[in-house]
Design a protein around this ligand. Structure first.
Ligand SMILES: [Zn+2]
Length: 246
């Protein structure tokens, strides 16, 4: 049978199905990069009552700083985590290939997909998460993707998540047996300042998150990721606790 969930319910939290597991424990796999958005998504999933199983990816990125941050955040949320290690030998991104220069301001100025795009990254990450969710009997996958204040990556866009939500139903045993794993992207349509405001309410330790593409001691302040983050805190009129930390 093919369970029918309307597309709108695959995004955000509207389609949550409460109390589906007989044990009463509702589990969610959370994609955790150690950045601001995924950390907020983790704390939000916890607030929604999920027992969170975090997935952290060590996929040959330029620096390990974000992995250290992700581990800290998972511990702060009192959540289990697994690190999945793999690499893409063909690289194809300035986030993976140190010989390529890192663009500054690229998407923000040009509106084109920047070289920091990692080919099909969210498709790969979500596929791992789906496999893990099916085995661990998790009913949802949380991803902190954002489509408003973002770097222009196509796999952060609503169409992609709708399509993946469909693949998650038709490509898994649990989906075809009527227990679909829901893809939750609750931050998709929020501005960065709205995400930070939500995270502050949820007590996300932003001082332990890491967004910069560079792995320096302190954030570079110039890359797209730093600038988007800075804009969010500026709009709220508060200092980024990560900067105070340094
Ligand atoms: Zn930076």
């Amino acid at each position: 049978m093919s369970p029918a969930l309307p597309i709108k319910n695959w995004l955000g939290l509207k389609g949550e199905r409460r109390g589906r597991r007989k044990s009463g424990v509702r589990k969610a796999v959370v994609l955790l990069s150690g950045g601001l958005d995924s950390s907020t998504a983790l704390f939000l999933a916890k607030q929604k009552g999920y027992k969170c199983l975090c997935l952290i990816f060590d996929y040959g990125q330029r620096h390990k700083k974000e992995i250290l941050s992700a581990k800290k955040i998972a511990r702060a949320a009192n959540s289990q985590f697994k690190i999945v290690k793999f690499n893409l030998p063909w690289k194809g991104s300035s986030l993976l290939n140190k010989k390529m220069p890192l663009p500054k301001d690229y998407f923000l100025k040009n509106g084109k997909i920047p070289s920091t795009y990692v080919p099909a990254r969210n498709l790969i990450f979500l596929s791992f998460a789906l496999s893990f969710a099916e085995v661990s009997k998790a009913e949802a996958i949380f991803i902190g993707a954002n489509f408003i204040d973002y770097s222009g990556y196509p796999d952060c866009r609503p169409d992609f998540f709708a399509a993946f939500g469909s693949a998650a139903i038709f490509g898994t045993k649990s989906g075809t047996e009527g227990r679909p794993i829901q893809i939750c992207a609750p931050l998709l349509y929020k501005t960065k300042d709205a995400i930070i405001r939500l995270g502050i309410k949820l007590k996300v330790p932003y001082e332990d998150t890491w967004s910069c593409y560079m792995g320096g001691k302190t954030p570079c302040g110039k890359c797209d990721s730093c600038q988007i983050r800075e804009k969010g805190f500026r709009r709220l009129g508060i200092d980024d606790p990560l900067n105070k930390k340094g």
